[in-house]
Ligand binder design. Structure first.
Ligand code: 0RQ
Length: 498
């Protein structure tokens, strides 16, 4: 069946008001760019004509500005899930002008299949190649692409020639069978393949193919500062200690690392540390640092869901595909983040907290308990099932006026039961085998910024009885004082003293 090449504007006419639309990609990598903008423009025209136009959105994770940003600015979003990090979308959902629900990334494809989230009317997917018999080769990310393509009534392909057709072969595409009696996922080594190098769809569903040459959005990374550098070095130091103590085998364990500057710094520090041997990466987001370490031979294989790398690095990777092709695999998020595989491989998981409490609970998502930042992303998938689950965070935010360590988190994403290690620029809190009070002492002495240490010691000394000495009248004083004065410093506990 011949492919129907159309314009982005023509493609946008296949999307109707109230449709649920699934998008490929994961972070700005692999996301549609031109059809999404054409849909946003269409929404604006419809709104100007006095007609409603909003779509439900399923994505892999965050996307590029030409997808989330454009549709948010056009007020074209009925609901949106899962992770997001676009400024305009964040504003839209925090003002409750769209409905947003946050989900563990590994669960989205199966919950779509189970019918928990409604129908997928249209799938809009970026591809490096598409054939007349329905083989779609994704680009730099996979996300939920296989599931939305299978479930959707209509598929629109954005064929992007910034990604060479020769990347066919770096993807490993499969979908698990659903319960009851789901089969094991046969990934026993980071490099094991369980699927095909393309997504196979019914070609009759491909309503149009739009050609484009648009590159991915390029966030880039902030240069290392003293704080991110120290966090990275502390993570590397901790992992070396664990190896020397025999708790990490000499051949090391595969590593997962989250997204952002801290995550990039951590991997950089692991690469620079001569005591850490060559290692493998089993993660969702492969960032610049991993590619650099692959070139140096320190990372021997990387499996992920997304090549979330800068334009410069992706060009280098494509120019040297023969070097990378047998060292890289991109999988759907259902596989890159699968708890069964994470536990089997024994991953060292490293994610970033927004806020932690002194008893070891983590808030990854909500600023001051109310405003959504980005979402839980894959951090829950990895933390709960990892061999060692580490959280990193700078000890303070906003010029030192926010302590990342508070008496009680204002929203909880990861509980004390899953969090094993917390690391700030000041040091390492090893929470394994410790009671709540021991954890609190360990976090205060090792991770808290010196400006807040004595104040948190005083909180602990308020004399509350019980296994976890949380003072229910005082536990949100840091947040309350910040809302009133703009600083968490020097909270006065005297009125809570017995
Ligand atoms: O604010 O942007 O106004 O300057 O939060 O903080 O330190 O720049 O850190 O970019 O690495 O993001 C947790 C959000 C950290 C991210 C989070 C303010 C701070 C700054 C960002 P500004 P930084 P990062 C893989 C795994 C959850 C999901 C996850 C995240 C802004 O890592 O989304 O781990 N993680 N997924 O000033 C108020 C506090 C604050 C605070 C920092 N306690 N209160 N504001 N900030 N701490 C990803 C995927 O799954 C795709």
């Amino acid at each position: 069946m011949a492919l129907n090449f159309i314009t982005a504007e023509e493609a946008a006419m296949f999307v109707n008001h109230d449709d649920n639309v699934g998008f490929s990609g994961f972070t700005p990598a692999g996301c549609p760019k031109v059809v999404s903008q054409a849909i946003a423009e269409r929404a604006i025209r419809e709104h100007e004509a006095g007609r409603p136009f909003q779509i439900g959105m399923f994505t892999g994770a965050s996307t590029g500005d030409r997808l989330d940003g454009a549709l948010a600015r056009a007020n074209a979003i009925k609901f949106r899930t899962p992770y997001q990090s676009n400024k305009d979308l964040r504003e839209l959902l925090n003002s409750r002008n769209t409905h947003y629900f946050d989900m563990h990334l590994s669960l989205l494809p199966q919950e779509l299949r189970y019918g928990f989230l409604g129908k997928v009317d249209v799938a809009i997917v970026e591809a490096a190649d598409v054939t007349e018999d329905g083989e779609i080769v994704p680009t730099a990310a996979v996300g939920i692409l296989p599931t939305i393509c299978r479930m959707a009534d209509r598929i629109i392909v954005e064929l992007n020639d910034k990604h060479p057709k020769e990347i066919r072969g770096i993807h490993d595409i499969a979908e698990p069978k659903d319960p009851p009696c789901r089969e094991a996922i046969a990934i026993y080594e980071v490099s094991d393949r369980v699927g095909l190098p393309y997504v196979k769809v019914d070609p009759k569903k491909i309503v149009g193919v739009v050609r484009t040459s648009e590159p991915n959005d390029d966030g880039g990374f902030a240069p290392l500062d003293d704080v991110t550098k120290s966090i990275g070095e502390n993570v590397a130091k901790f992992l070396v200690q664990e190896m020397k103590a025999g708790r990490i085998p000499a051949e090391f364990l595969p590593v997962q690392s989250g997204v952002g500057n801290v995550a990039n710094a951590v991997l950089g520090a692991m690469g620079d540390n001569p005591e850490i041997p060559k290692f493998q990466v089993y993660t969702e987001v492969i960032q610049d640092a991993v590619i650099g370490l692959m070139k140096k031979g320190k990372v021997t294989f990387a499996s992920g869901c997304s090549l979330s790398i800068s334009r410069e690095v992706i060009q280098d990777l494509y120019a040297n595909l023969s070097f990378f092709k047998d060292k890289l695999l991109l999988r759907p998020q259902e596989y890159s983040n699968h708890p069964e595989v994470i536990r089997r491989l024994g991953l060292i998981t490293i994610n970033t907290a927004l806020e932690a409490d002194i008893f070891g609970n983590i808030n990854s998502t909500h600023v001051l308990g109310t405003k959504m930042m980005n979402g839980i992303g894959g951090s829950g998938d990895f933390t709960r099932s990892g061999y060692i689950s580490i959280f990193t965070t700078p000890s303070t935010a906003k010029n030192g006026n926010i302590s990342a360590f508070v008496p009680m988190v204002s929203h909880m994403d990861h509980s004390e039961h899953s969090v094993k290690i917390i690391i700030s620029e000041y040091g390492i809190a090893d929470l394994r085998g410790k009671s709540p009070i021991q954890r609190a002492e360990c976090i205060i002495e090792n991770c808290v910024h010196p400006d807040y240490r004595e104040n948190l010691r005083e909180y602990l000394a308020l004399g509350v009885k019980g296994q976890t000495p949380q003072h229910l009248g005082a536990c949100f004083e840091y947040h309350k004082q910040f809302a009133e004065t703009g600083s968490m410093k020097n909270v006065d506990w005297s009125k809570f003293k017995k």
